[in-house]
Every structure is written in C-alpha cells, then in structure tokens.
Design a protein around this ligand. Structure first.
Ligand SMILES: C=C(O[C@@H]1C=C(C(=O)O)C=C[C@H]1O)C(=O)O
Length: 180
C-alpha cells in the first residue's frame, strides 16, 4: 500500500502517532496510558515554574502511593506490584518536569500557554488516570511476552526516535519486566 493511503491517528504532544495498518505490540496499550500520565508533566512543571516551587513533593508522592496500594487488589494486582509501578511513573514524571524546566531556563522563558492549577485541576487529572494505568498493568501481567526486556526495548525504540521521550518511557517501565 502506498504511504499516502496509510491511516494515521495522531494526538498532540508526547502521545504516539499510530499507524492503523501496523500490528501493535503487546506493550502499546500500557505505553499509551503511561504517556497520557507523562503528558500532564508539562502542566505540572508550568505551575511550578510560575511559583518557583520544587519538582519533588514527597507528601504528595506518599499519598499517591498509598491510594495505589489500596486500589491494587480491585485490579488483580499485589500492592507491591502496583506501588512499584507507580513509583516508576512518579520518577518518570519528575524526569520530564526537570527536562522541561531545564529547557525553559536555557530559553529564559516558559511557553506562553494557558496555566492550570495544580491542586484543583492537574492532580485530579493525574488521579483519574490511576485506574486506567492499573487496569493496563494487570492486563499486561496476564499476557507478558517472552523475552520481556528485549521486547520492551524494541517497543520503546519503534515508538519514537525522540531521545528524551524514549528516556521517560525507559524510566517509567524500569521494573515492568520484573516478576510480579
Ligand atoms: C506530579 C507532581 O510532581 C511530582 C510527581 C508526582 C507524581 O508523579 O504523582 C507527585 C509529586 C511530585 O513529587 C505533583 O507535584 O503533583
């Protein structure tokens, strides 16, 4: 089929452009959800840039992990598995925030785009993604591919050539192929 006839569906920002005619890897549903959470790091970083706040908020991290641990069994996951996975999502989110802040410092400015409030708008959106991520993780654990680490590396490499975006995905999936 000629390339011009291939159907692409693209979402702005970090999210993948998906070629509808190509088979998707078993990692893609989970990687899609991971990238939706990573997408929100930009709004978080803008809020912190405007207020000169640190990226790290340890009490909030403990709150996120406690909620995940409580929700785990409803998603057929152990609390340890769910919490480890979310600890990795938090580290990946901070990595993207640090990366964005570094770029804005280099440019002496942050993008002039509408801001959202961290407590009343952004964190509720992060919380809403929790169930989707835990479902996607449970689904993945039911059909973990052979040669998980190698297959994961290939899935990330074929998803994007953007080096920072690869790094965020690598950090977010650092323990994915460990036995649950
Ligand atoms: C996303 C935030 O930044 C960091 C990342 C967190 C997360 O990924 O859940 C939680 C707290 C912060 O350390 C935030 O402050 O809400």
């Amino acid at each position: 089929m000629r390339r011009s006839f291939i159907t692409f569906s693209c979402i702005a920002g970090l999210s993948a452009c998906v070629n509808a005619n190509e088979p998707r890897s078993p990692f893609d549903p989970l990687l899609d959800s991971i990238e939706q959470r990573l997408e929100i790091a930009q709004a978080v970083a803008l809020h912190k840039w405007d207020r000169d706040q640190p990226v790290q908020d340890s009490p909030r991290e403990r709150q996120v992990l406690a909620k995940v641990g409580q929700a785990a069994s409803a998603h057929r996951l152990s609390a340890d598995r769910a919490e480890q996975f979310f600890a990795d999502q938090i580290e990946a989110n901070k990595l993207r925030q640090y990366h964005l802040l570094n770029q804005w410092h280099l440019q002496h400015q942050a993008p002039d785009i509408p801001r959202q409030d961290l407590a009343s708008e952004i964190r509720p959106r992060l919380d809403q993604l929790q169930d989707r991520l835990l479902d996607a993780l449970a689904e993945f654990d039911q059909q973990r591919p052979q040669g998980c680490s190698e297959a994961l590396a290939e899935a990330i490499a074929s998803r994007t050539t953007d080096a920072p975006r690869r790094l965020f995905l690598i950090r977010a999936t650092a323990n994915l192929c460990q036995r649950p």
